[in-house]
Each structure stands twice: as C-alpha cells, then as structure tokens.
Design a protein around this ligand. Structure first.
Ligand code: AMP
Ligand code: ZN
Length: 469
C-alpha cells in the first residue's frame, strides 16, 4: 500500500509502527454550525481509508476530534444567549446525525477538546520546562518557534521566509511575543468567555495544542497517519509537529495525508465565504449515498467541484451498481443449478481480476476514482454473465464481490430485507458471548453487521439496548 505523504512529497510504502495495526488521527470540525459538504469530504474519505485498511486485515485505531471551544462557538453562544457548551453539544449531535446518514462510521474515539484540558496544561508545562515555550506578562503562553529546528518541514517552508511575511502581519497585542513567528499555546479569557484555571492565567487552549494532546492521549506519542484538509498543512499541522516533537523528542506522525478542497464555482467551499451547502441541504434533495459516491468519484488529492451534473452522474453510477446487485439477487432466487461449471469458474476468474484491479487502485494512494471504475467493470461482467440460467454458486460469488467492494466505499448496494426482532436478539446474544470469549473481532463484526442493517447498539449497565435507525 502506498500513501502520498505531504512530509516527503512522494508516495511512500505504508509500513505501520506496530505490525498489523494503524494509529490514525484526523482533525475534526469546529462545532458551531451544521457541517457543510466541504467538511464532509475528509470525513467520507478517511472513513473509506479506514474501511479499506480493515478489509486488508489491518486493525485501525481511528481518532477524530471535535473542536468544541473556539471563538466562533463563543460568538454563536453570545448571539443566542446560551452557554458555549450548549452550542457545541448541539452541533456535535447534528454532525453525528449527518455522519450516520453518509455511512461514516464513528471513529474509535471522538475526543472533545474541553474534556482534555489537564493534558493540555501538562504539555504546556513540559514545553516551558524544555525551553520551547514561554509565558508572556498577560499569561499568554507562546511556542518559541525558533527553538524547534525542523519548523517548516511539513509545509516545506523556510523559516526565514516566514519571518518576513509574518512581520508585516504584526497586529496589536502581539508585540509581547519574542518573535513574530511564535504561536499561542494558551490564551487568557476575555470577559464572559468560558475558561479554565492554569498556572499562567484563567484561559483556554490554542487550537493547535488541542490536536497534539488528543492524538498523544488516544494513540500514543508516535502515530502512523495524521490527516485533514489541505488548508490545515500550514500552520495547523506544522504547529502540531512542533509541539508534539518538541515535547517528546521523537517524530510525531509518519504519514501526513491531506485531501484537496471541495469547491463550488472553483472556489473553496467555506463557512466564512458563505458559499456553502450544508450536508442537510443536500440530503433534502439527494440520497446520502449519492453524495458519498460523488465524493469518492474523484481522487482525494484532486479538487472536486460541486455541481448538479456531477451529482446526476453519481446518481446514475450508483443506480447501475444497485440494479446489477438486485438482478443478481433475483436470479439467485430462481437459479436452477447449484454449483459452478468450468465455464463459470473461468468467468469468476475474470470477475476476480476486477477485484484485484480495485485493490491495486486502493493500494495506490487510495485512488477511489479508479476503484469505482473497477467496480463498474465488475458490474458489466456480472450483467453479461450473471444471467438467470447461471448457477447459484456463481451468482452468489458475483453478488458477494459487488456488495463487498461497494461496502469498502461505504455504499450499501443491496437493500437487505429487514431483520426480524428475534434475529437481532440472536446476533446480540452471539456478540455478548464473543465478548466474554474475548473474541472482540467477531463482536465488532456483529456490531457492524447490525449497523449496516440499520440496527444501532448501545452498551449500558443493564445490558445491550438496541434500536432501529
Ligand atoms: P473546520 O471545521 O473548518 O475546522 O474543518 C474541518 C475539516 O474540514 C478540516 O479537515 C478541513 O480541512 C476540512 N474542510 C473544510 N472545508 C473544506 C472544503 N471546502 N473541502 C475539503 N475539506 C474541507
Ligand atoms: Zn487538528
């Protein structure tokens, strides 16, 4: 598997730190509003990365945060006259609803910045002790950028060029910095803002610090993959590297992955520009799977322009796969022969070559566009050979393959019959037993299987509760 690494500017062979396991952190949204479809691009893409890695047998520990304290959240709270936490909690819930619609599986952990403050204070203290940070008179703590010799290695910027650019951006209040390049780790509260106690002042953490700390806490000092949109390369990820590596003395993330923008009229879709559609706006008009299909129809490092025509093309493409799956399923129900004959075995080998093509595309820096093309080739082959006179074994193999590859893309292409309550209960019982036997892989598999059929499990003290989504 090769991954394009922003750090090295080339496709690097993926070798995880711990064999068979992946530690992946992706910067999540700032929750002050409904997410827009630009925010959904990294969510859908990295969910697909995770699904593909799991398909290859890797165990993925996937962490994605919610930035739940920020100027924009505070502003929204003041406007509504409610506490900031009410705004952030509301939009975390809304974001989770959108994720579910788009078949974005919950990460292993979704930490919230406000719940990790003690660890942030610890990192600040360590950085000060090591001479990488200092507190100014008003209690603001700054990172001393020039103390970190590798600064600029991710964004491939030269620190002296930055210095020139930044000087002209000097704004009032910044003159307490030793160097214009220095960035904030901890800042004093303003009147009426939420705050936490700290040795320096009552205040709150800087955004960059939050991600360094949450990544370390949930994945360890060194991680495999760190991802996000390309707008985060500088300064956010550059600053994360500086904080994390200055704290630990070792490298932070081995592979840095960045998705290109989702554009509208060839401009980045963003809340600040006002040129956005929320996921909710789009789902009022389109099936969520169409949006997902649209996002994956381009390579993640290519800009993608949102348009009604491309959404139409995505709807047609998805329809083609779903029709093929429905036909195979129908033919399976009426198949006269049970087992494959030799001619079908050969046809199956051809089908498998498309699966291999799919895997090659995904192994080449997650080329979802080519992977979808491989699914189309498989579909075409299935339409030609998976006819009503085919054997059940052959039809089943074709159907399984199409369903499985689509599932890696997060697409459910065969509408399953609804599970009966007794079937759900039986699967839950099997999962409980699997957990007792410490067979967590099977337990997770059952949870996912149920989720795919719209059954959501909740582990409570009284046992497992379930509901239909
Ligand atoms: P934000 O809420 O702005 O911090 O963004 C959350 C995530 O969405 C980050 O990884 C951003 O890079 C990403 N993002 C924001 N806007 C876009 C866009 N138009 N296209 C692709 N990714 C985006
Ligand atoms: Zn981040």
């Amino acid at each position: 598997m090769k991954i394009y690494n922003t750090l090295t500017k080339r496709k690097d062979e993926f070798v995880p730190i711990e064999e068979g396991k992946v530690r992946m952190y992706v910067c999540g949204p700032t929750v002050y509003n409904l997410i827009h479809i630009g925010n959904a691009r990294p969510m859908i893409f990295f969910d697909t990365v995770r699904r593909y890695m799991e398909y290859t047998g890797l165990e993925v520990n996937y962490v994605s945060n919610f930035t739940d304290i920020d100027d924009k959240i505070i502003k929204a709270a003041i406007e509504e006259g409610v506490p900031a936490s009410e705004i952030s909690e509301r939009y975390i819930d809304e974001c989770k609803t959108d994720m579910k619609s788009l078949h974005i599986r919950p990460a292993t952990t979704h930490p919230k910045a406000t719940e990790e403050i003690p660890e942030m204070l610890d990192m600040c203290k360590t950085l000060i002790e090591k001479g990488h940070a200092y507190a100014a008179e008003d209690g603001t703590v700054y990172f001393r950028v020039r103390s970190f010799k590798d600064y600029g290695k991710l964004s491939h910027k030269n620190i002296d060029d930055l210095q020139g650019g930044n000087r002209s951006l000097l704004v009032s209040g910044e003159d307490q910095k030793e160097d214009p390049l220095d960035f904030v780790l901890w800042k004093p509260k303003k009147e009426g803002e939420p705050y936490w106690e700290s040795p320096w002042c009552q205040g709150r953490p800087g955004w960059h610090l939050e991600c360094s700390v949450m990544s370390k806490k949930y994945l360890g000092t060194q991680i495999d993959i760190h991802g996000g949109g390309e707008d985060l390369i500088f300064p956010h990820h550059e600053n994360e590297i500086a904080q994390s590596e200055a704290t630990s003395g070792t490298s932070f993330a081995n592979y840095w992955m960045h998705n290109a923008f989702l554009n509208i009229d060839n401009h980045k879709m963003s809340k600040s520009l006002g040129n956005f559609f929320t996921v909710r706006d789009i789902l009022a008009k389109y099936d969520p799977q169409v949006l997902r299909f649209f996002m994956l129809s381009a390579h993640y490092r290519s800009p993608l322009n949102f348009s009604a025509e491309l959404m139409e093309a995505a709807a047609n493409g998805l329809e083609r796969i779903m029709t093929a799956a429905a036909n195979l399923n129908y033919n399976l129900g009426v198949a006269g022969k049970a087992e494959m004959d030799d001619a079908e075995k050969e046809q199956l080998a051809t089908a498998n070559s498309y699966k291999q093509k799919f895997e090659e595309a995904m192994d080449d820096d997650f080329n979802t566009a080519d992977a979808i093309s491989a699914i189309f080739e498989l579909v075409k082959h299935a339409n030609m050979t998976g006819t009503a006179d085919a054997s059940a074994e052959y039809l089943r193999s074709l159907l399984d393959e199409i369903v499985m590859l689509s599932d890696i893309m997060g697409l459910v292409v065969l509408k399953e019959e609804e599970l009966l309550d007794e079937e759900v209960e039986a699967l839950i019982a099997e999962r409980t037993q699997a957990r007792k036997d410490k067979n967590f892989a099977r337990a997770d598999e059952i949870r996912d299987e149920l989720l795919n059929k719209g059954i959501v499990l909740e582990d409570t003290r009284e046992g497992v509760k379930w509901k239909r989504a």
